[in-house]
Write a protein that binds this ligand. Structure first.
Ligand SMILES: [Zn+2]
Ligand SMILES: [Zn+2]
Length: 285
């Protein structure tokens, strides 16, 4: 019998960090962003009501930290109603097996992402040859085998709603991964972008460490379909987000966000698409 709730055999701690590691930011009264080493997790929900969800599940071996941060914000023993995944890359599902075991909560992702979350398909290998910095070079270390959440993983509802996140809708933003989604709340134009756009140059180790803020395309070493990734950025730009929380980097708002996003949407070929790399001429399937 297939073992339910397991990581891939290449699952391991990844020694990469940034000055943001361990920092929590209250972006809005009901939105809290917390950085695990180099990746963000987001709590959506008001601490007073204790009704909340977790968006994305951090780096490998970070479950104890995520549980501690959850209980600090929502009270001892608190658990979310659900975990929503923007996508299933290792740095967004790193603690999910322990979290699902402890909290017994459903996990939702786009249906095209489910094969990577239910042990059926490995992600394409990261590309260390892509144009870019040190993080790209160390990307062969990164796990790409599927985790298996078995029956705990379900597809996001087709009507665009996000379970336990009233007011939000999910938007299919493929390119970085096939079933990547971003989350948007129309009432305050809050965008949770996952890795469709990020606010740090993720392939460059120096910029990851210092978290220098700039609107960027998706991490290069793991993006497999650049035309789709460009379309997704145009989709997000058209939403005119007021605030964006991205999978990597510090949340951004106002003019730097608006200007950065429109520049990226217009000049994605120059700014985001690498000059060379094994996925530049189209996805390998
Ligand atoms: Zn990713
Ligand atoms: Zn990521």
């Amino acid at each position: 019998m297939e073992k339910e709730l397991s990581y891939g055999s290449d699952y391991k701690f990844i020694p990469a960090t940034s000055i943001g590691n361990g920092v929590g930011i209250s972006v809005l009264p009901d939105i809290f962003c917390y950085t695990i080493q180099i990746v963000n997790i987001i709590f959506a929900g008001n601490p007073d009501t204790k009704e909340f969800v977790l968006v994305d599940a951090g780096m490998p071996k970070s479950a104890d930290e995520i549980i501690r941060v959850t209980e600090e914000r929502f009270g001892s023993g608190a658990s979310p109603k659900a975990i929503i995944l923007t996508h299933g890359h290792f740095d967004h599902v790193g603690a999910i097996v322990e979290l699902v075991q402890k909290w017994e909560v459903p996990v939702y992702a786009h249906e095209l992402e489910l094969p990577y979350l239910t042990g059926k398909m490995s992600y394409p290998e990261p590309d260390p040859t892509v144009e870019g910095g040190m993080v790209a070079k160390m990307s062969p270390l990164f796990p790409n085998e599927p985790i298996n959440l078995g029956k705990h993983a379900s597809a996001l509802p087709l009507d665009g709603s996000v379970p336990n996140m009233p007011g939000f809708r999910w938007i299919h933003t493929p390119g970085h991964s096939i079933g990547h989604v971003s989350l948007f709340r129309d009432s305050d134009r809050l965008l949770i972008a996952g890795d469709a756009v990020i606010t740090v140059r993720q392939d460059a180790l120096y910029k990851v460490i210092t978290q220098e803020q700039e609107v960027n395309g998706p991490p290069r070493y793991l993006t497999t379909d650049w035309p789709e990734a460009w379309n997704s950025v145009k989709k997000l730009e058209a939403l005119k987000p007021a605030v964006a929380i991205t999978g990597h980097g510090i949340p951004m708002s106002g003019e730097p966000l608006t200007n950065g996003l429109s520049k990226l949407a217009n000049e994605f070929d120059k700014l985001a698409i690498p000059d060379y790399g094994k996925y530049v001429d189209g996805p390998l399937h």
